[in-house]
Each structure stands twice: as C-alpha cells, then as structure tokens.
Design a protein. Structure first.
Length: 235
C-alpha cells in the first residue's frame, strides 16, 4: 500500500432506508422488508470488517418512527430482539462490539435488558464497533447532552458537548450514506455529520450490497476534505 493512497473512511454511518418500499414492490408486508434489511446489515457488517473500517453506525429506528402504525412499531421491536438472538454469536465471532445508541425510554423492560446484555457480552471486542442507533434522534441527543452537562454544573463547550453525546467516544463519521433515494438527514447524527462526506444511493436498503459499499468508498476517496481550508493549503 503506498503512502499516497487516499485514506479509507474509518467511520461509516448509514441511514438504512427503503425497507418498506422493497416489501411493497413485492406485495409483501412492510415487516418482510425490515427482515431483509437485517440480512443486508449483516452483509455490510462483514464487509466493513474485511475493509479496515473501525466503526459502523447505522440508523435502525428514529425518535419519529414511533409515529408509524402500532403493528409496524411492535414488529420492529420483536425483530430487534429476534435478530439479536439469531445473530449475536456470529457478531461475537467476527469480533464486533455492539452499542445501542438512543434513549431506553419507551422501550419495554425485555427489549432494554436484551440490548444491555448484548452490549456487555461484546464489550471487549475490537474488530469493528457497530453503533446501532435505535430510538435515536440527533435532536434528542443534543438536548440530553446539554442537560447532562447542566446537571453536572459543567460549562457547555464544543468539546464537553461532544463528549456528552450518546455516540461518544466514537469519532465523527467520515462517510455518511443514505440508501433508498431520499436526500435528507431525517434527524440522524446532526452534530457529528458536520464534516461527513455525503453519499446518496438509490438502492433500497435490502438490496444494498458489498459492491454498493465499495462504490460509496471509492466516491469518498475521490473527495477533497478541506475542513474550511483552501485546496492549496492541503497539498
Ligand atoms: C427504513 O426503511 C427502516 C426504518 C425506518 C425502521 P423504511 O421502513 O423507512 O422504508 P421506506 O422508506 O418506507 O421504503
Ligand atoms: C430514517 O428513515 C430512519 C431510519 C432509517 C431508521 P425514515 O424513513 O424514517 O425517514 P423519513 O421519514 O423518510 O424522513
Ligand atoms: Mg423510509
């Protein structure tokens, strides 16, 4: 590997969107799309593991997704617990550290306990950190961080707020991917995406493959990240 090679993104964030449309196109219930979405996630986790990516952060359930039909919401809760039951051993073997980012408020005791257990069982894994944003919203996160600092009597600075966010100590994402063809952030990582490179894929999430991931990474490697500087300053 040459020194001049464009760096790989160390941290990739993904809005896994398009499960419902994937199912509708096949005249299947929306939940069938969410189930396929879990398989897609497992593929991408494995792909990240073999591509030197240290952190993958995915959006699985937003603060606003509570507004969906009750049946879909409870189906998603069951799918989370069921998927953990099915996939946890594989994730452990692959050295994945699981973290669930979001509020436990509104989750049942059973779901909360399962999330905590999975976090504890994978806490010492180091191959890949998988942050699953579940019951998460970027606005919620900024507010909870500000409140935590106020309660501790700490001044609010960029550094202190950053450290109090739920995603901490993960770094900011380098590459922010949204599948499903929409061009919006939908309340994901509002603070941390400040300088992420954005990549929008028309692919519905259940169809997203390793090749699509490579395409996003290749696009990332063509970008010039200036962080406010001029192009000349970087060379
Ligand atoms: C994303 O897929 C998964 C969740 C929000 C839980 P959607 O369910 O939003 O799929 P579309 O956008 O309706 O196709
Ligand atoms: C964002 O997708 C949330 C997740 C992928 C979990 P949505 O489907 O909820 O976003 P909107 O409603 O189209 O903005
Ligand atoms: Mg959607």
């Amino acid at each position: 590997m040459s020194d001049t090679q464009t760096p790989h993104p160390a941290h990739i964030a993904i809005v896994m969107d398009g499960n419902g449309r994937w199912a509708s196109q096949r005249f299947l219930p929306r939940l069938a799309g969410h189930k396929q979405g879990v398989d897609a996630l497992m593929r991408i986790v494995q792909a990240c593991g073999s591509r030197n990516i240290s952190t993958l952060t995915v959006f699985a359930f937003s603060s606003e997704n509570w507004n969906r039909p009750t049946e879909e919401v409870s189906g998603l809760m069951d799918l989370l617990v069921g998927s953990l039951g099915r996939e946890l051993d594989r994730l452990k073997k692959e050295g994945v550290r699981l973290r669930f980012i979001g509020t436990r408020a509104g989750l049942t005791e059973k779901v909360s306990a399962r999330l905590l257990q999975a976090e504890l069982e994978t806490a010492s894994n180091r191959a890949l950190t998988l942050n699953v944003c579940f019951n998460y919203g970027g606005r919620w996160d900024i507010v909870q961080a500000a409140n935590a600092l106020r309660e501790r009597g700490e001044p609010i600075t960029e550094q202190s707020l950053d450290a109090a966010l739920a995603l901490s100590p993960s770094s900011d994402p380098d590459l922010f991917i949204r599948t499903g063809g929409e061009y919006r952030i939908s309340n994901f990582l509002l603070w941390q995406a400040a300088y992420a490179e954005l990549f929008f894929s028309p692919r519905l999430w259940p169809d997203f493959t390793e090749q699509d991931l490579d395409e996003a990474i290749a696009e990332f490697q063509k970008r010039e990240r200036r962080f406010g500087k001029t192009s000349e300053q970087l060379s």
